[in-house]
Design a protein around this ligand. Structure first.
Ligand code: GLN
Length: 199
């Protein structure tokens, strides 16, 4: 049976991740309740608006539940807003987060000109071929704590990091047809063999 991967479905680009997970060989479940969270083997927090989602997480009692599952080893992947929600803190802002990966992020960091951009990004763990990374009002990483591995940088800042069972990307792999980051996450679940060829 393939892994069941949850996509946090309070707000943001949920359907795109569900489709991309399916393409990468997983089953996907939209997660809005604690009951749904209990069923999944891993969780994706998609792009969206981080202050809105933090409020909704606490209103639905999902914040503590996600923290408990991730601390118990469940793989988590945050894309863009999801990276902000997972980070320890947000530079210059007193914004609550789940504090699941020891990084400091800066929101909307790339400035007006690069507000939305697609760049060929070198991600050595995915193989030689650059990844088509789509940044949309993206955060970058300003500080990386011990134990956090930087997997890709753009304009001198970390944009893909991993610490044990937590993965975070500033960009949006779900908006491309390239499944390599989704497959990398499934590999973290022990769900598929790693194949680094571009799809
Ligand atoms: N700018 C958004 C935030 O700070 C994130 C943007 C995104 O997820 N595409 O919450």
């Amino acid at each position: 049976m393939s892994a069941l991967v949850g996509v946090l479905a309070l707000q943001g680009d949920v359907q795109e991740h569900m489709t991309a997970l399916g393409r990468a060989g997983a089953r996907a479940l939209a997660v809005k309740t604690r009951g749904e969270l209990d069923r999944v083997d891993g969780l994706v927090i998609p792009g969206g608006e981080s202050t809105t989602v933090m409020k909704l997480l606490s209103r639905f009692g999902l914040d503590d539940a996600i923290v408990a599952r991730v601390r118990a080893g469940m793989p988590l992947w945050g894309t863009c807003m999801g990276m902000i929600v997972a980070a320890n803190d947000v530079a210059g802002l007193d914004q609550p987060t789940l504090r699941l990966i020891d990084i400091t992020v800066r929101r909307n960091a790339f400035g007006r000109q690069n507000e939305s951009a697609e760049v060929p990004l070198s991600i050595p763990v995915l193989g030689e071929q650059p990844f088509p990374a789509i940044f949309i009002r993206a955060p970058w990483i300003e500080r990386v704590g011990p134990g956090v591995e930087v997997l890709a940088t753009y304009e001198g800042h970390g944009v893909m990091v991993r610490a044990a069972n937590v993965l975070a990307t500033s960009f949006h792999p779900e908006l491309t047809g390239d499944s390599r980051v989704h497959r990398y996450f499934l590999e973290m679940l022990g769900a598929v063999g790693m194949d680094t060829s571009a799809a």
